[in-house]
Each structure stands twice: as C-alpha cells, then as structure tokens.
Design a protein around this ligand. Structure first.
Ligand code: AP5
Length: 211
C-alpha cells in the first residue's frame, strides 16, 4: 500500500505511522526524520535545512522533493510505504503525481490546535532511533530512556512554544489545502485524532480497510 499521513504538527502522524507500518510490513518515510538525521550528520542538505527547521518554516520544495525521489527509489519501498510529513505543499503533491505514484489512501489525522500545544510541550524523542514519546500520554517505560534503544530522551528544539505557533500557522495556510487536493482525487480519509493512541490506530486501520 502507498499511503500519505497528513495532519498538523504533533497530530500523531509519526506515532500512528510507526504502528500502521509495522502492521502492514512497509517502511515509514518521514521527511522530518530524514532532515533531522542530515542536520545531525552535518551534511550539505542538513546545513541547507537548518535555518528553516529552527524557525519552524518549511524546507524549500526542491530540497524535499529531491529527498523523496532518492528515498522512494530504495529497495525497501518497492512493496509500498507510508509518507509521514510529505507532501506539505501543493507543488510537492504535484511532484508526487509527476513521479507516477498511485496512492491507496490519504489519511488526515484531525486534532484541534489546543490539544497540539499540549502534545508538543510533553513530547520527548530519541535522537538515535527517532522514537517519539509523551510524558503523560505515551511515556517511555522508565520515563527517561528510549524503550527501543536505551538512549536518554530529549525535547525537540522546534517544539518550543513560539516555534509551534509558527508551524501551526504554516500548516493551516500551506498544508491543510492539500485536503481539498486529495478530496478532489477521491482518496482522502479523515480520522478523528483525539483519543488514546490505540483508539486512533484502530480508526486509522479501519479507514484503510485492514481491520
Ligand atoms: P516533521 O518531523 O514532519 O514534524 P511535523 O509534521 O511538524 O510533525 P511532528 O513530527 O511534530 O508531529 P507528528 O504529527 O508526527 O506527531 P507525533 O506522533 O510525534 O517536520 C519537522 C520540520 O521538518 C518541519 O517543520 C519542516 O521544517 C521540515 N519538513 C519536514 N517535511 C517537510 C516537507 N515535506 N516540506 C518542507 N519542510 C519539511 O506526536 C506528537 C506528540 O503527541 C508525541 O509526544 C506523542 O507521543 C503524542 N501523542 C501522539 N498521539 C497521541 C494521542 N493520541 N494522545 C496524546 N498524545 C499523543
């Protein structure tokens, strides 16, 4: 299956993508995670993206489209994938069309802005394997270290309240219009994103027709 996960920053795209990807046996392709890894490694692309990420702005379309073309050409994507965080603009969605990719579903996880602010302030992440936790709603077993690889958890720099505000504004003006783009193509499915992680996985899998 080829699936897109849309939603505001902090809507739970990464959390749900990991669960659904494991269930379907396909990889998650997260442009945010790829960019953060490049930033950490100090590559040319990471350096180009640094100032955009830090300000909560979108990385330029040509950079992100290049990342996606390279990643989707890898062998583990041959049987399908979940795109988490791509596309985020109409030109990015058009680039996906131009690549001849036929999508099975576009899942939009719907969460009100007030809840997003709470989720971001409690998010803790593993800088090594990318796993995401929440101090209250999805805590690591010991509250401090990643359950998967044991690394000490940290806060994401772009989860600072002023940066979250700007990321939400960009979501509403630039990314949310993609819902109309995919509604017109007939493959948009809205999933209510408030509830427990398990409740939302159940809704997502039902929307995909796999449960
Ligand atoms: P990216 O990493 O994609 O960030 P985002 O879309 O802003 O999404 P997040 O990762 O913040 O949230 P999420 O929806 O995955 O939520 P999560 O599951 O972690 O992008 C970062 C930056 O990279 C962008 O700002 C941009 O600069 C750049 N970029 C990336 N892609 C780009 C593109 N295509 N074009 C241009 N620039 C791009 O959950 C959030 C928190 O809530 C966690 O703590 C989690 O544990 C908790 N949680 C999850 N589910 C629940 C629940 N049901 N109840 C309570 N808490 C929950």
């Amino acid at each position: 299956m080829k699936i897109i996960f849309l939603g505001a920053p902090g809507a739970g795209k990464g959390t749900q993508a990991d669960i659904v990807a494991e269930k379907l046996g396909i990889p998650t392709v997260s442009t945010g995670a790829i960019i953060r890894a490049a930033l950490k490694a100090g590559t040319e692309m990471g350096l180009k993206a640094k100032k955009f990420i830090e300000q909560g702005a979108l990385v330029p379309d040509d950079v992100v489209i290049g990342i996606i073309k390279e990643r989707l050409a890898e062998s583990d994507c041959a049987q399908g994938y979940i795109l988490d965080g791509f596309p985020r603009t109409v030109p990015q969605a058009e680039a996906l069309d131009a690549m001849g990719i036929s999508l099975d579903a576009v899942i939009s996880i719907e969460v009100p802005d007030g809840e997003i602010v709470d989720r971001m302030s409690g998010r803790r992440v593993c800088a090594v394997c990318g796993s995401s936790y929440h101090v209250k709603h999805n805590p690591a077993k010991d509250g401090v270290h990643c359950d998967k690889c044991g690394t000490e958890l940290t806060c994401r720099a772009d989860d600072a309240p002023e940066v979250v505000k700007s990321r939400l504004e960009i979501y509403h003006t630039t990314t949310e219009p993609l819902k109309d783009f995919y509604l017109a193509k007939g493959n948009l499915k809205l999933v209510e994103g408030v509830g427990t992680v398990e409740e939302i996985s159940g809704r997502t899998l039902r929307a995909l027709g796999v449960q």
